[in-house]
Design a protein around this ligand. Sequence first.
Ligand code: BT5
Length: 255
Amino acid sequence: MPTIHRLDEVASTQQVARALLDEGAEHGTLVVARRQTAGRGRLARAWQSGEGGLWLSMVVRGSLPAARAPRLTLGAAALTLEALDVLGAHAAVKWPNDLVLPHAVPAARLGPWRKLGGVLLEAVLIEPGHLEGAVLRSAVLGLGLNVRTPPGGFAEELQDVAIALDTAGLSLDVDTVLGALAAPLQTRLLDVIDDTVFAGTLAFLRARSATLGMRVEVDGIAGLAERLDDEGALCVRDDGGVLHTVRAGDVQCMV
Ligand code: BT5
């Protein structure tokens, strides 16, 4: 199995994994840190990552059309749900990259959900293509999961956003969660390049979606999150009946 680098404190495991990738690390090399001082989400948003969470990044080497790169985010989310199922936590995916747990009190943006974790895919090498289009050759896949609520609770701005597995009654340590997730990510993530495997991933995600059937706002479009298309894009029907296909974005669930 590829190496798992366990570190104490880093700025971001994404940076460390990127450096390892640049040095030639093989696909599946994992970096895990107990704490991050500059953990990040998409669009340079901050990711709070004190002790008590699983903060990991994986070196990804493969070959898939760049337009299909979102498959990796969706595939990682599905593998995470499967691993959590085995541990006894039944999470859902808020399209495209949020892992969420249900919550009794509706909140702005998340509706009846709270964020347990998130997936972050950062492409490293995309080769321009000719007939077939650009090809993704390498990337760093990040995953953050709140396992235990930080002592004193989450930061003020995450009060109505974040949740940890312990709140759902699961008292696990971070290593147990890593143990359930590492091998599936290392050995199965790239399977989604295969159309048949990805169709299965999508079927699973449709059944475990926190988004489908909800009233949402995404990319300035408000409407009903109707379905995921064959590439995992979100199809939203606006109030005028027009169907919009959204390939990436931030979904706000209406309360
Ligand atoms: C994500 O971004 O959800 C992807 C998060 C990926 C974090 C991992 S940890 C290991 C690796 N190393 C890194 O530096 N990053 C990856 P996004 O969809 O943009 O969501 C970011 C938003 O989530 C923030 O703006 C906050 O609202 C919220 N947030 C921040 N920290 C959180 C936490 N610990 N738990 C729940 N929500 C959080």
